[in-house]
Design a binder for this molecule. Structure first.
Ligand SMILES: Cc1ncc(COP(=O)(O)O)c(C=O)c1O
Length: 460
């Protein structure tokens, strides 16, 4: 543990030199959280205070912190082969590709990158290149995705995302290649309908968009099965199969973003398994290595991959290179991470403990400013509203995190030993190893923090 002087020196060094993502610099001057160690679902700050990690880092530390075995795997692989570009083959990347391919049905090929954004970027390019090869008479280049979705931070993935406040400072981002449709955000259904009787109006909206754009211009439809960014939107039954049917009908590739959803987060190994569809492209990151090292992948069905096979003279190969793609050390660590995930049945545990968490969170509906509680597996959210009848939010999207009420709720939870994000909702996506006792503590902390904040903000 650092001494108070060492801690102060780290903070000074950081504030003088580091650009942090998203967090306002002035806020960092007041909230100087320095994390020094972590084990299982608990992180420890420089003052020795322990917190439950309600977000598994950034929805990624699925097997929990402190698995020293992965440090040994990394050290051993670094001694053997620290790096060689993936234009050649290496053992760990081949083994990881085989594992990921098998888990996704066994008829795929895997392209490795280092982040979810890169995985989605590669997918956009694969979809367009595939369309060039397979529909030479057409001009299929568009990606259809949903408003409020998030698919990464690069310019193209931002354009594919549907979060205005994340992209407005960089716009205009692109031409018309990213087209957005209404999301299946049932609590705030864009069509004012109920999931039990809506007849999937949002998929009809998608169909209208496909027809309106011209199917012969659409390369892929991009879906995150359980939408994370908007505050865990679980679609109505039948949504993903209906999207898959639409894709099939019009020769459009179905690209499923499992960057957060994958590797057990929603209670199945992959979220699209809940509905039994077989996507053409699956992008994975985060849980593939539980963030012990950066690793991500674009997984392509062989029916698509075969379009990339040919002689050099045919120029059909994947037309890009990523320096760190197939990194042997990251691959070795990711492979062992997946083995642990399977050995410890963490997807099943996510289903069971996720249901337990959701039951606990549902008791919070009695709070005057809780509008909705929802989730699937260990991916849950408690949506905060100023008025239950009108569903008026405390700000829209991530911007809601700067509303004084949301900030106060987050601060009260932190004081009580829970770190998590508060946007429009309190997001709860802990490591999949979290215990029932820790879940109880998490729910109690959210409950107490809401009560305290309501008192401060005028609800007696
Ligand atoms: C659904 C989804 N896709 C893609 C990304 C981008 O991943 P990365 O931050 O690793 O680039 C994220 C990041 O949170 C995400 O939530």
């Amino acid at each position: 543990m650092p001494t108070p002087d060492q801690r102060a020196s780290v903070v000074r060094k950081d504030l003088d030199n580091v650009i942090h993502p998203i967090v306002p610099h002035k806020q960092l001057e007041q909230q100087q959280l320095v994390i020094v160690s972590a084990k299982d679902s608990t992180v420890v700050d420089a003052d020795g205070r322990e917190y439950l990690d309600g977000m598994a880092g950034l929805w990624c530390v699925n097997i929990g912190y402190g698995r020293t075995e992965l440090a040994d795997v990394a050290a051993e692989q670094m001694r053997q082969l620290s790096y060689y570009p993936h234009t050649a083959m290496n053992l760990p990347a081949a083994a990881l590709a085989e594992k990921v391919n098998r888990l996704l049905g066994g008829d795929n090929h895997v392209y490795f990158v280092s982040s979810g954004s890169e995985a989605n970027e590669a997918a956009f390019k694969f979809a367009r290149q595939y369309a060039r090869h397979e529909y030479p008479q057409q001009n299929r280049y568009k990606t259809i995705s949903r408003y409020y979705g998030y698919h990464g931070t690069t310019l193209a993935t931002l354009a594919a995302g549907g979060m205005g406040d994340r992209k407005m400072k960089f716009e205009p981002l692109s031409g018309n290649e990213f087209v957005h449709v209404a999301p299946p955000y049932c609590y705030r259904c864009p069509f004012g309908l109920e999931p039990t009787s809506c007849e999937l109006a949002c998929v009809k909206n998608m169909e209208t968009t496909v027809l309106g754009e011209g199917p012969q211009t659409v390369a892929e439809i991009l879906i995150e099965p359980v939408m994370s960014a908007v505050g865990v939107a679980v679609p109505p039954d039948g949504y993903l199969p209906a999207v898959a049917d639409l894709c099939k009908q019009h020769g459009i590739l179905l690209h499923v973003d499992e960057v957060i959803n994958g590797f057990g987060r929603t209670g199945r190994l992959f979220a699209h398994e809940h509905s039994g569809v077989k996507p053409d492209i699956v992008t994975v990151a985060k849980g593939i290595s539980s963030a012990y090292l950066p690793m991500a992948a674009t997984v392509v069905r062989n029916s698509v991959f075969k379009s990339f096979i040919g002689e050099a003279s045919e120029n059909r190969q994947v037309n890009q290179v990523n320096t760190y793609g197939g990194h042997p050390v990251a691959a070795a660590v990711a492979l062992r991470n997946i083995e642990i995930l399977l050995e410890e049945k963490l997807a099943q545990r996510s289903a069971e403990n996720g249901a337990y968490l959701l039951d606990g969170l549902k008791t919070l509906m009695r709070h005057p400013w809780v509008g909705d509680v929802r989730g699937l597996g260990l991916m849950c959210a408690v949506e905060l509203v100023q008025d239950k009848a009108t569903k008026e939010p405390f700000g829209w999207g991530p911007a809601a995190s700067s509303h004084p009420y949301s900030r106060r709720v987050a601060a009260l939870m932190e004081e009580r030993g829970l770190l998590t994000r508060v946007f429009m909702s309190v997001q709860l996506c802990p490591p999949l190893v979290i215990s029932k006792a820790e879940i109880d503590r998490m729910v109690t902390i959210v409950d107490e923090s809401l009560t305290a904040a309501e008192r401060e903000f005028g609800f007696a």
